[in-house]
Design a protein around this ligand. Structure first.
Ligand SMILES: *Cc1c(COP(=O)(O)O)cnc(C)c1O
Length: 429
């Protein structure tokens, strides 16, 4: 079977914690050993044993145009030949910053960093500096990277491992992070009543993706915007996943809400390490060297990441891109729903654009508590059957799956065939 993957994992376990560089890759939530990937092309990835999979992870979101898109590769090769890093300003950084500003009008100024984690922790620092307050509000099941302040009730990876919070996070810091259930207007009102005029920031995934895909209920983001504005708290939309995913202008464009700060990552690096935070000029001008809030990065604005990002965004601007992607995604989730129904498997399919989750639960799934009611053992069996039949889904119930522009009608047909087989197996239990 996956002999080379097994050998590599055995070796990895000796030299890396849990054998991986990011927890969910270890497949602990679904059972079995992880697959080691050798290459990717379009909608497919190939493992080190030569098996090919239709990929619905897409590196956890960045690869919206598929693996090794020829135009992205071309941009990368051209950049590679001129140097990989200077630690000095380049034209590409300005171009990417401008493209982000054009796509997100709320982002008047933007700073590039190297990961989503860096983006959110930096945005929080700005919010605290701007308000002179220390408390922040986040929502249960939302993940904003692994900075100390944000590793509280943080969704997928943490949920998967069953760690309530992480040891090593100073209690004094965690105490400044308040949490409320996602999509709960009553709890939201209560938070802003109890901590009246004390919050530096509220941070939210405007479409949650890290407890599985959970869209905002009507009124939730609107009320969050109103309350933060009323009480002078900075509203941070963490669009690391949703930015350029649920639409070119992200969730803020889709739902018509203007946050004060936005964090980005994933797609804007086209598969290379990147992150960004930006927003109102008055807030971003607090960042050094324009202002006193320190934040820096040796490799920030890296030429390769920037080149891949610029080219990816250019591909996304082509007419009809999101309409097509959304139509393909709709077809896939509708197909999954009808295959499940036919087999008598209870499924709740949440989808926004090209991100979706098939929860093994009667639903509705609107927050972390309802997501957690899913039958994760059934999901694990579903995942493993798909994997054996050449379909690579996220290895956790609490992660969003992603469709890319490279997925074809044939991919969908093969995926649904594998799903039919998997659901039939589950129906028998
Ligand atoms: C992936 C993700 C992050 C963290 O980004 P990294 O690049 O993994 O540090 C933060 N917020 C959201 C919403 C994400 O999906």
């Amino acid at each position: 079977m996956r002999t080379k993957s097994a050998e590599l994992f055995a070796k990895a376990l000796r030299v890396m914690p849990g054998g991986v560089n990011s927890p969910v890759r270890a497949f602990r939530a679904v059972g079995g050993d992880p697959v080691f990937i050798a290459s990717g092309k379009g909608s497919r990835i190939t493992d080190v044993d030569g098996a090919s999979y239709i990929d619905y992870v897409g590196s956890w979101g960045p690869l919206i145009v598929g693996h090794c898109h020829p135009e992205v590769m071309d941009a990368l090769e051209k950049t590679l030949s001129t140097g990989t890093s200077f630690g000095a300003s380049t034209a590409g950084e300005v171009e990417l910053a401008d493209a982000v500003h054009q796509a997100f009008p709320s982002v008047e100024r933007v700073r590039l960093v190297n990961s989503g984690t860096e983006a959110t922790l930096s945005a929080l620092r700005v919010a605290r500096a701007a308000t002179g307050r220390e408390k922040i509000l986040k929502f249960e099941g939302c993940y904003h990277g692994h900075a100390d302040s944000l590793l509280v009730k943080a969704g997928s990876g943490v949920a998967t491992l069953g760690l309530p919070d992480s040891p090593g996070v100073p209690r004094a810091l965690a105490e400044l992070t308040l949490t409320a259930p996602y999509n709960d207007l009553g709890a939201l009102e209560e938070m802003f009543r109890v901590h009246r005029n004390e919050l530096a920031a509220a941070i939210a995934e405007p479409v949650a993706g890290n407890m599985g895909c959970v869209p905002p209920l009507p009124g939730f983001l609107e009320r969050l915007r109103d309350l933060t504005a009323e009480q002078g708290a900075v509203l941070i939309f963490d669009e690391v996943m949703t930015g350029f995913r649920v639409g070119y202008g992200g969730a803020q464009q889709r739902y018509g809400i203007r946050p004060d700060l936005t964090t980005l990552g994933k797609i804007i690096g086209g598969g290379l390490p990147v992150g960004a935070y930006g927003g109102k000029a008055a807030l971003m001008d607090l960042v050094a060297p324009a202002g006193p809030v320190y934040q820096a990065g040796t490799l920030s604005g890296n030429p390769l990441a920037v080149a891949a990002g610029i080219k990816t965004l250019e591909l996304l601007r082509r007419p009809g891109f999101y309409e097509r992607l959304s139509a393909v995604s709709e077809e896939l989730t509708a197909g999954l729903a009808s295959e499940a129904a036919r087999a008598g498997v209870v499924l709740t399919l949440n989808r926004v654009g090209s991100m979706f989750t098939a929860f093994f639960s009667p639903g509705p799934v609107t927050d972390y508590a309802s997501a957690r009611k899913s039958d994760t053992a059934a999901f694990g069996r579903f995942f493993r059957t798909l994997l054996d039949r050449g379909v690579y889904f996220p290895p956790s119930q609490f992660e969003a799956a992603f469709v890319s522009a490279a997925h074809t009608a044939e991919d969908l047909a093969l995926t649904l065939e594998a799903a039919r087989y998997a659901f039939a197996g589950l129906g028998e239990d």
